[in-house]
Design a protein around this ligand. Structure first.
Ligand SMILES: [Zn+2]
Length: 100
C-alpha cells in the first residue's frame, strides 16, 4: 500500500496537502473531501442515492492518521469518517465517484 509520508492541512488554499514517498503529491480541497466523507451517515446517504451534504466553505479542522487511513474532522461535525489511504490516492487522481 502506498502510505503518504506527509499530510498537512493548508488553510490558505482550503485543501489538504498530501505527499507520497514516490514523490507524487496532491492538494485535495476540503469541500471535495467533505463530499467524499466516509462516515456511516454519509455512506448511508450514498447508498440511498442522496447527494452528499457539503458546503463550499466547509473547513477541515484535523487530519489524524489512523491505521489504514486518515480520520478527517470537519467543522460541520463530521468526524467519524476514516479515509483509507487508497481512497485518498484515488481522490487525488480525480476518481472520486465510488465507494471503497
Ligand atoms: Zn460524514
Amino acid at each position: 500500500m502506498n502510505i503518504p509520508d506527509h499530510v498537512a492541512i493548508d488553510a490558505s488554499s482550503a485543501s489538504l496537502s498530501i505527499r507520497w514517498p514516490d514523490g507524487s503529491a496532491a492538494q485535495l480541497p476540503f469541500a471535495a473531501l467533505r463530499a467524499a466523507c466516509m462516515c456511516a451517515q454519509c455512506r448511508k446517504r450514498k447508498y440511498d442515492g442522496e447527494a452528499p451534504l457539503s458546503r463550499p466553505d466547509v473547513k477541515l479542522l484535523d487530519a489524524r492518521p489512523s491505521g489504514y487511513g486518515l480520520q478527517l474532522v470537519f467543522d460541520d461535525g463530521h468526524e467519524r469518517g476514516i479515509f483509507p489511504w487508497v481512497y485518498l490516492e484515488r481522490l487525488a487522481k480525480g476518481e472520486r465517484n465510488d465507494v471503497v
